[in-house]
Design a protein around this ligand. Structure first.
Ligand code: ZN
Length: 417
């Protein structure tokens, strides 16, 4: 059994805020999104063509000897032809509606998309396969544009954000930016709301908390969101099911609207809004609890989730989705790193429901409907989820004690039961 550790040190953080655009700013934002899309599509067309023709020429050495091999152009070259020169042509004149930095960033983003695709093919990238970059459509629901330092965006004395080619934008500052941002991404989400997301580099030491001797094991569940090793519970937020009726109604309305009609567009936005609302409240809930748990404990141990497997069992799918465990675990991980605390997942095959957390006796798997049982060895009466939470805690501590590369932890030893 092993612990999957997260070893990234985060120094770049994202801070996202809602913004309000005037009608004029919306039009200008749409133009910036449009320029970005055109540059992306033009560059992708060139790259695809080159890649396809090179592929026909066979192996790299042969094609160099052949002559006609043309390397896929680099960003500098693409920038010259597709941005600088294109602006002077009649059909691409409109590219001057967007800051140059935004369009250059688009080329870098495209590079990133290719790299993700290629790395996932060669196995350099974990997780599911990534498709090659696609052409962007005007109808894509989510639009983004990233302004870099070279674009000279700034925050005015009055607290407005000045974005080149768009104007001074009113921002809902829900929390303070810790330092000057290195870039800002303008986002229009699928429900038509506008956001800005700043990338901020922070000194990781500023968020560090002093060490504590408390650890926590977490059993994530369906009827209760989580049961902790100390016996406390986090009730399950059933936002999704509560909002489901409304969603269903909106969806029915959408399906009745004629395709391509403006009424259908309106209905689609209503559906997206209802979805977004659920996702927002769920995210807040996860932020609150991961914040609290990583603040109060030196280590937070969870089970390794099989989200895909979980979703496959359709009867449970809704609840699994509702609970959004994966997001919660990710939040715990990054908050722990930020604060000098730790988080770890016990192995997927760890039998958290089979072991007695009092004496360690293992009496094999139990069907899901068994919520409580008495240990045949020591006679302790167990709540299934609480017992699992305690086992996750014990297992996490055991692995931490065995891991000689981990920093020493203060307080009671790992064998405390
Ligand atoms: Zn026992």
């Amino acid at each position: 059994m092993s612990v999957e550790k997260v070893s990234v040190v985060i120094v770049q953080l994202r801070y996202q805020y809602r913004i309000a655009l005037t009608p004029g700013q919306r039009i200008r934002a749409a133009r910036v999104f449009g320029c970005r899309r055109v540059v992306w599509n033009d560059a992708l067309a060139v790259q695809k063509l080159r890649k396809a023709s090179n592929k026909l020429l066979g192996n790299p050495k042969a094609r160099l000897a052949e002559g006609p091999y043309q390397p896929v152009p680099k960003n500098a070259e693409l920038g010259k032809t597709l941005i600088t020169a294109a602006k002077k042509s009649a059909e691409r004149e409109f590219l001057s509606d967007a800051p140059v930095g935004v369009m250059q960033q688009t080329l870098r983003d495209l590079d990133g998309a290719w790299k993700a695709h290629e790395d996932s093919k060669t196995g350099n990238r974990r997780g599911p396969k990534v498709a090659p970059p696609r052409f962007k459509s005007k109808k894509d629901n989510r639009q983004t544009a990233r302004f870099t330092r070279s674009d000279r965006f700034s925050v005015t004395d009055g607290g407005r954000l000045r974005l080149p080619k768009i104007g001074e934008v009113r921002v809902k500052w829900s929390r303070d930016l810790p330092s000057a941002p290195s870039s800002v991404t303008l986002i229009k989400d699928c429900s038509g709301r506008y956001w800005v997301s700043f990338v901020v580099e922070t000194d990781p030491a500023a968020d560090m908390l002093p060490p504590t001797d408390r650890d926590q094991g977490i059993d994530l569940g369906l009827d209760r969101f989580a049961v902790l090793a100390d016996g406390s519970q986090i009730a399950s937020p059933k936002y999704l099911r509560r909002a489901e009726k409304k969603l269903k109604k909106r969806q029915r309305e959408l399906s009745r609207k004629k395709k391509g009609s403006s009424n259908r567009d309106k209905a689609r936005i209503k559906v997206a809004r209802a979805h977004a609302k659920v996702a927002d409240s769920r995210r807040n809930f996860h932020h609150q609890w991961s914040h609290k748990l990583t603040r109060e404990n030196q280590a937070v141990f969870t089970e390794t989730l099989n989200v895909r497997g979980g979703l496959a069992r359709t009867r449970l799918a809704k609840s699994v989705h509702d609970a959004g465990w994966a997001q919660f675990v990710t939040f715990c991980e990054y908050k722990a790193i930020r604060r000098g605390r730790s988080s770890a997942k016990v192995a997927r095959d760890f039998p958290s429901s089979q072991i007695c957390s009092a004496c360690g006796y293992c009496d094999g798997p139990k069907p899901l409907h068994i919520r409580a049982w008495t240990c045949a060895n020591c006679g302790t009466r167990h709540d299934r989820d609480w017992n699992a939470g305690r086992n996750v805690l014990h297992e996490g501590r055991r692995i931490r004690a065995a891991d000689t590369t981990a920093p020493p932890t203060p307080g009671p030893g790992a064998s405390r039961r």
